[in-house]
Design a protein around this ligand. Structure first.
Ligand code: ATP
Ligand code: I3P
Length: 305
């Protein structure tokens, strides 16, 4: 799916027979994970941890920032989590997926990688395609890398480590799609990509900023957020020509409950064992970069003589 090119439509609409056509476009992520279900709702391949998160989120104050969850359904022998398709609220929306946090793998994955190291040839090949010099001599000889090593390399190449979030993919209002953000790292590069996404329109930026600040406020008071490590989750940005815009939290496949009484503030730097994910630090930076992209506020001039 992530083939680092410009294109106009990354995927064609997926429809189940007998349902009304609904706009659906998957920007990034596992291509085989989604189906469009009845009433245009989305079916995402079921994962128990994600279902548990959705159930708890529907009861949490964060529910307004998460697609509504409609239970688990079976389709062709496979379990799916059913949720609202956020695109149906918009007409031909521009879409952006930002993966939040300073860490994109769970502590558990790190432990498993140490206990049972498994070399990934596909990740080695993805690494070489971006930077032939990135693998170590040993990785080159093995033609494989550990998943956690690949994920750490992706984090440091992009803005995940330096800003606490990274742009994964964008579909602009004119239909152009872009997923080549692997090296979009500095504040300036991220700011440029964000301004391009909103077509340099300050009204759209103000709409997003207002929603992101509400989200931050809600996250800071959320019981769910305090008690979960939120890894690999994205913010989905949507806006359209009618002036509608919104941001929602998606992808809870790697969000896990903490053992009580442990809680996170999501801003403290991660050291192995503290489970911190840098989510709020990333959101602070995202808000700051978007704010900087606004034209300077006009100061009132001297009074007319
Ligand atoms: N509720 C939704 N409404 C509209 N679009 C959605 C929704 N959920 C997901 N998408 C689309 O699908 C893409 C992938 O979603 P998601 O991150 O949940 O998949 P994933 O396969 O778990 O990703 P990852 O590779 O990060 O694990 C998003 O970027 C977005 O384009
Ligand atoms: O964006 P890239 O560079 O293509 O790398 C993928 C990306 O980091 C996904 O988030 C990850 O899935 P998870 O978040 O679910 O771990 C996937 O792992 P996978 O290949 O093991 O599914 C990676 O291949």
């Amino acid at each position: 799916m992530q083939n680092d090119t410009w294109m106009t439509q990354p995927s064609s609409p997926l429809l189940l027979p007998g349902t009304e056509p609904q706009p659906w476009l998957q920007l990034v992520g596992h291509a085989e994970s989604f189906q469009v279900g009845e009433n245009g709702r989305l079916l995402k391949r079921h994962c128990e941890g994600e279902e548990r998160c959705f159930r708890r989120l529907m009861e949490d104050r964060l529910s307004a920032f998460v697609p509504s969850f409609h239970g688990v359904v079976q389709h062709e022998g496979q379990d799916y989590t059913m949720m609202d398709n956020l695109l149906t609220r918009f007409h031909a929306p521009a879409i952006m997926d930002c993966k939040m946090g300073t860490r994109t793998y769970q502590e558990e994955e790190l432990r498993l990688a140490r206990e049972r190291p498994k070399l990934r040839q596909d990740m080695y090949e993805k690494m070489v395609a971006v930077d032939p010099g990135a693998p170590t001599a040993q990785e080159g000889a093995q033609r494989g890398v550990l998943k956690t090593r690949y994920m750490q390399w992706r984090e440091s190449l992009s803005s995940t480590t330096t800003q606490g979030f990274r742009i994964e993919g964008v579909r602009k209002a004119n239909g152009e799609c872009r997923t080549n953000f692997k090296r979009t790292k500095s504040r300036e590069q991220v700011g440029e990509a964000l301004r391009d996404f909103v077509d340099h329109d300050p009204r759209t930026v103000r709409g997003y900023l207002s929603r992101l600040k509400q989200l931050r406020h809600t996250l800071e008071a959320s019981q769910f957020f305090r008690t979960h490590e939120v890894v690999g989750s994205s913010l989905l940005f949507l806006h359209d020509a009618a002036g509608r815009s919104g941001v929602w939290m998606i992808d809870f496949g790697k969000t896990s409950p903490l053992p009580p009484p442990l809680t996170l503030d999501h801003r403290t730097p991660w050291v192995e064992g503290n489970r911190e994910d840098g989510y709020l630090w990333g959101l602070d930076n995202l808000i700051a970069i978007l704010t900087d992209s606004l034209p300077p506020a006009r100061t009132p001039g001297p009074p007319e003589p």
